[in-house]
Design a protein around this ligand. Structure first.
Ligand code: FES
Ligand code: FES
Length: 166
């Protein structure tokens, strides 16, 4: 079958726990599909070539740059964006720690960083500061100097460890 750039394909995926559908051209990036077609505007788009990390989402639980994935590749996949983190009006522990530690200013990078942190803490529940900084090296933040972000991640890791022990 010959596919043209203008042709549109049905994409069905799970977005933050709900089945969503839309039509996407073969060249449409996942970040644009999530923002413009499915309304997940918490997905931020910066560099559009995999450098800044602002567009990071979870795909089947793994942090991915949504500017480096085509919407059609997300068919039948499970996508989580920053909109999934809060429980109604209650921010997640990570979001609360970011607020407490002044880990954001303009917030442009924050959604992507939070999603990377979610994945990171799943895989590394008791990280060292160096490991947190290594994870953050995949994200560009022009405001904070990263110190508050590192503190927030370490604080959440410590809190979760304590909660597990109780
Ligand atoms: S917009 Fe995807 S990494 Fe920058
Ligand atoms: S808070 Fe502004 S870019 Fe990170």
């Amino acid at each position: 079958m010959r596919v043209t750039a203008e042709q549109r394909f049905a994409v069905r995926l799970e977005l933050n726990g709900r089945t969503r559908e839309g039509l996407a051209e073969p060249r449409t990036q996942l970040c644009d599909f999530l923002r413009h077609d499915l309304g997940a505007t918490g997905v931020h788009v910066g560099c559009e070539h995999g450098v800044c990390g602002a567009c990071t989402v979870l795909v089947d639980g793994v942090a991915m740059r949504s500017c480096l994935m085509l919407a059609v590749q997300a068919h039948e996949r499970r996508i989580e964006t920053v909109e999934s983190l809060a429980d109604d009006d209650t921010l997640s522990d990570l979001q609360q720690a970011f607020r407490r530690n002044h880990a954001l200013q303009c917030g442009f990078c924050t959604a992507g960083i939070l999603m990377s942190c979610v994945d990171f803490l799943e895989r590394q529940p008791d990280p060292s500061e160096a490991e947190v900084r290594d994870m953050l090296s995949g994200h560009l933040c022009r405001c904070t100097g990263y110190t508050g972000i590192v503190q927030a991640v370490l604080e959440v890791a410590a809190q979760r460890q304590t909660n597990e022990e109780v």
